[in-house]
Structures are given as C-alpha cells and as structure tokens.
Design a binder for this molecule. Structure first.
Ligand SMILES: Cc1cc2nc3c(=O)[nH]c(=O)nc-3n(C[C@H](O)[C@H](O)[C@H](O)COP(=O)(O)OP(=O)(O)OC[C@H]3O[C@@H](n4cnc5c(N)ncnc54)[C@H](O)[C@@H]3O)c2cc1C
Length: 377
C-alpha cells in the first residue's frame, strides 16, 4: 500500500480485488502481525542484486515504521530476535494504515480486479471489474503467489512481462518441507515435537531456531528460514544439539552413571520419542554408556550435529509465507522502484525479486519500497 503517494500533489486511488483491506496483515503473526524487525539489514533479504534494498530500507527504516506505530498509540513487544508484534491485534496495523490513507487523501476501492493495463500518452489506462481508470503513475503492489486463497495472483508478473521487464523464476519460500516416503513413515509419529536446531543449507546459510516435526514433514522457524535457501535435490543438515558440547556432556554423564543406557542419557537432552525412533531405526546404538567405543562416540557426535535430510519438496504456495523471485530488480530504480524502461510504472513489495527472512522483514520491505515509490510516483 502506497500511503506516501497521497502526501504528494497527486490524487491517489488504491484498487484491490480483495473484500477486506490488508488480509495478509490481519492473519500474520498469529493475528498479532510481526510488523517489522529491530535488526533489519540487507543480508536478511534474498535478491538478485544484494545492494538493491539498501537505499529504500535506509530512507524508510524499521525505526520510521515503529515511530508511526507509536504515534498511533499501538502497543507492541519484541517476541524474539528483534521481531516486533502488536500486543493486541493485527487489526491495529490495518486501522493505522487506513487512517494514514485518510489523512493523505488516498481513496480506497476494494472488490475491484484490475484486468488489463495499457500505456497511452497520458500514462496508463486500467480496465477493471469496476470500469476504466486513467492514471499518470501506476504503482503495482500485487504481491507474490503465496496463499492463493487470500487473492494472490500472478498479475504483477504479467504486467512486468507485458512491458518487456524480466521476471525471475518464482518459487514458494518460508514454507514447510515435505519428506520422501521412507522418512515420512519414520518421522510422522513425531508430529508436534519441537526442538532447537541449527539448520544449514548446502549454500552454507544457517539459522539457529526451532524445528517442528509435522504429519507431512518438517516445519518450525528454522525450517521455514532455510527453505528460502534450499533448491530441489539438495540436502539440509541440522545440528540437533546446538547448545551442547556433546563429547564433554557424554564424558561427564558416563563418569557419573556408566551403566545408564545411551537412550535414557540422550533423552535428557533431546526429545525422548525422537531418540527412540532413531534407535529403533538403527541410526543410534542401543547400548549402555560404558559400552560405547571412541570411534562410535565420534560417529554419534557427527550424526547428531550433522543430521541430514533430503526434502522431497515443500508444501508449495498453499502454505508459503512468501514467493522467491519476481520482477527483476535490475529493471527497477533502487531509489524510486520505477521501471527503468517504462516511465511512470512502479513495482513495490513482494511482487519484486526481494524476499526477506521470517520475522517482520517482508512487511518492512513492503513499507520501505512503498515509501520510496510514494515519494515520487
Ligand atoms: C500467512 C502469512 C503470514 C505472514 N506473516 C508475516 C509476518 O508476520 N511478518 C512479515 O513481515 N511478513 C509476513 N508475511 C509476508 C507478508 O504478508 C507479505 O510479504 C506482504 O504482505 C507483501 O505485501 P504486498 O503489498 O507486496 O502484497 P500483498 O500483501 O500480498 O497484497 C497484494 C494485494 O494485491 C491484490 N491483487 C492481486 N492481484 C490483483 C489484481 N489483478 N487486481 C486487484 N488487486 C489485486 C491482492 O488481493 C492483495 O490484496 C506473511 C505471509 C503470509 C501468507
């Protein structure tokens, strides 16, 4: 949403095919909207050009958005890792944006699907389900493909292609993994069990957060984060003991209780059901601590700190929080988001080839890029 546009001399009309404003905001963060992150930095954004986001993020930063939230009297808290959530409800953020639109004289028209766009001498002609509209500047903020049931469409990509702008291939990101049948059979009984891990992709990118076993595969923040860096056919490795020096812990536990079974000992630092499944499948030994040899101990350490899974795929756009890829940022000005070869046409938010980490980064990109376009559009 381009509230900032209204502060210029132009008349601004916001068209959206949805019945309700800001539906993704309303359902985000479990209904409390993780609206930004205190630790916004460009490393947290996946984009073909890693410098592209710098300018917009600096000109309307997380601190600018937080200041707006505070001006509207919305109470918020940090949940973890700099992630800011409303104390009460995500609706407060939508109400704040509506108020800002009102103050800036932005007209909002919902239930209006934009069907086609034509460039003409006066700018752009929009054919919509509610009639035709002519505008001088056009800001496309149609989002990505995630959650089609919320009205996501590929419309923005088609507009870009229509005007000869490159669009990077899209895929679901911040999304749970599905498993191959053998792994699914092994692990589905663990559905609901969560544990802290460090998840690492083949690219070397890693995240230290929680992992959750589900009926379909793996989820939880660590998995959602690493899914953005995973490509089909690749493996993901998990350190299942991110807080423990395994060898030091095993040496101390063996000295204290040499006849304790390895299963019972390990269940003190990992979920018991997970330990049982790994032992049932012969991936860990069923022995007492004093029966473990040196070589075996080092193999166990390697297994637990480098637990590898080759996902079968992801749950796709149905449950993905964002879409990787989109309008190639090389086609756009990083200062204004205007298409370099199509004056007056702007792209902001998730429709562009910019995807943030989990934790408020994607909304901040929508706010920052929207502001950049709004200053000039
Ligand atoms: C379940 C879920 C939870 C999320 N939680 C968070 C979170 O807590 N923090 C965070 O930072 N990010 C979160 N995200 C990601 C975040 O919601 C998006 O990155 C952000 O909403 C992108 O904003 P946008 O304005 O680019 O697109 P969107 O918010 O997707 O808005 C696009 C709008 O365009 C409309 N539209 C599409 N095509 C047309 C057309 N042809 N005509 C008219 N209108 C059209 C759609 O109806 C929609 O209203 C979450 C996403 C999901 C799915």
């Amino acid at each position: 949403m381009c509230v900032n546009c209204g502060l210029s001399w132009r008349d601004v009309l916001l068209l959206d095919n949805a019945k309700q404003m800001g539906r993704k905001i309303l359902i985000s963060g479990g209904g409390r909207c993780n609206f930004t992150n205190q630790n916004i930095e460009t490393n947290a954004f996946l984009c073909g050009n890693r410098h592209f986001c710098k300018s917009a993020l600096a000109r309307f930063s997380q601190w600018d958005f937080i200041a707006m939230v505070e001006r509207h009297g919305i109470e918020y808290h940090e949940k973890t890792l700099g992630q800011l959530f409303c104390n009460e409800s995500a609706k407060e953020i939508v109400d704040m944006l509506k108020t800002e639109c009102e103050w800036a004289g932005v007209n909002i028209q919902l239930r209006t699907e934009i069907v086609s766009i034509t460039a003409n001498d006066a700018g752009y002609l929009l054919q919509t389900s509610a009639g035709d509209y002519q505008c001088q500047s056009l800001v496309i903020a149609t989002g990505g493909l995630s959650m089609p049931k919320l009205g996501a469409t590929p419309f923005g990509y088609k507009v870009a292609e229509q005007f000869g702008l490159a669009v990077k291939p899209t895929s679901a990101a911040l999304v749970p993994f599905t498993l191959h049948q053998a792994d699914k059979d092994k692990f589905e009984q663990l559905a609901g069990i969560a544990l802290p891990v460090i998840a690492t992709a083949e690219s070397g990118q890693s995240f230290k957060e929680a992992m959750l076993f589900t009926h379909r595969g793996l989820s939880g923040p660590a998995v959602l984060q690493i899914s953005s860096y995973w490509r089909a056919g690749q493996k993901v490795s998990f350190n299942l003991l991110p807080e423990t020096d395994f060898i030091a812990w095993l040496t101390a536990t063996t000295a204290e209780s040499p006849k304790l079974s390895f299963k019972n000992a390990l269940s003190r630092i990992l979920p018991k059901r997970l330990v049982e499944v790994l032992i049932e499948h012969g991936e860990l030994p069923e022995k007492n601590l004093n029966q473990l040899g040196k070589g075996e101990i080092s193999q166990i350490e390697q297994y637990l700190t480098y637990w590898q899974i080759a996902p079968n795929g992801t749950e796709g756009y149905r449950t993905a929080e964002v879409t990787l890829g989109g309008v190639d940022t090389d086609e756009l000005s990083s200062k204004t988001m205007e298409a370099k070869k199509q004056p007056g046409l702007y792209f902001v938010g998730e429709v562009m080839d910019v995807s943030g980490w989990l934790g408020g980064y994607n909304f901040q990109w929508a706010w920052s890029s929207g502001y950049a376009a709004g200053e000039v559009a």
